[in-house]
Design a binder for this molecule. Structure first.
Ligand code: HEC
Ligand code: HEC
Length: 216
């Protein structure tokens, strides 16, 4: 073989090697397996979120019916990677999630997203209308946007970015709004929730949280 043919042969095998590599990596990520997610949910997460994601204690948010993309993002945000502090801090969840790979988180997210949420009820008759007004229209006088513009008219959220909040525990919603307002929760893309919460008074947070719990 002369040098030209050798070069060609070399190029050919390199091309073959590269295209096999490309084929391997072009393959879509493995599909989430909700059955595997269910096993982890039943044995670990159930202690606080119930096996079907309908938690009974208001400090533990309902995961049932939440969008898979949002659930996955929160799990990733709770997990400390590469020696950096986690993007979302909560002592319980930061400890809980450390053991799981992204694939397992994807399975868990798929499982909980397929469950049906059992919604809460609004409890405070005196503030329901006020809460509803804030939810639907915000408050133009101080530039508070309507929650509905991002979380949808029924609180079902809009995948992939905006979580379902309708039917969630009012105590949990209130706690998250306070966390966003104080900057203790800072994992919201483009500060979207911090910009909202910083404009809210305690009374507004309470009223809207109670209203959202009963929203479907
Ligand atoms: C010991 C109780 C406990 C266990 C067990 C637990 N969690 Fe949680 N989880 C919590 C609490 C408390 C919060 C609320 C954190 C906060 O206030 O920021 C939470 C929040 C979450 C959230 C965020 C939900 C949202 O609406 O933003 C996700 C997702 C989640 N947990 C997934 C899991 C998964 C998956 C498991 C099982 C591997 C699990 N949790 C096990 C207590 C628990
Ligand atoms: C500009 C869009 C936007 C508006 C307006 C908005 N939100 Fe959000 N909200 C978001 C996004 C995005 C997230 C998800 C943050 C993340 O990825 O962690 C979120 C998250 C939340 C959460 C946390 C949910 C959970 O399960 O932990 C609550 C509670 C919430 N919003 C309530 C409200 C309320 C109440 C209003 C109205 C007063 C409102 N939001 C207005 C974009 C918005």
């Amino acid at each position: 073989m002369n040098r030209f043919l050798l070069l060609l042969a070399g190029l050919f095998s390199a091309t073959v090697a590269m295209s096999t590599f490309a084929a391997d990596h072009a393959a879509a990520p493995p599909k989430a397996d909700p059955a595997k997610g269910q096993q982890i949910a039943a044995t670990v997460c159930a202690a606080c979120h119930n096996a079907d994601g309908n938690s009974t204690i208001s400090a533990n948010p309902k995961l049932a019916g939440q969008h898979a993309e949002y659930l996955l993002k929160q799990m990733e945000n709770f997990k400390a990677e590469g020696g950096k502090p986690p993007l979302r801090t909560n002592a319980v969840m930061n400890a809980m999630i450390g053991a799981y790979s992204v694939e397992q988180m994807r399975d868990i997210a798929a499982y909980f997203s397929e469950q049906t949420q059992k919604g809460e009820m609004a409890k405070n008759r005196d503030t329901i209308e006020y809460g509803q007004r804030l939810y639907r229209a915000g408050d133009q006088t101080k530039g508070l946007p309507a929650c509905a513009s991002c979380h949808g008219p029924t609180g079902a959220g809009i995948p992939v970015l905006f979580p379902r909040i309708g039917g969630q525990f009012s105590e949990y919603i209130e706690a998250q709004l306070r966390n966003f307002r104080a900057g203790d929760r800072a994992n919201d893309p483009n500060k979207m929730m911090r910009m909202v919460a910083i404009k809210m008074t305690d009374a507004e947070i309470k009223a809207v949280s109670d209203y959202v719990a009963g929203l479907r």
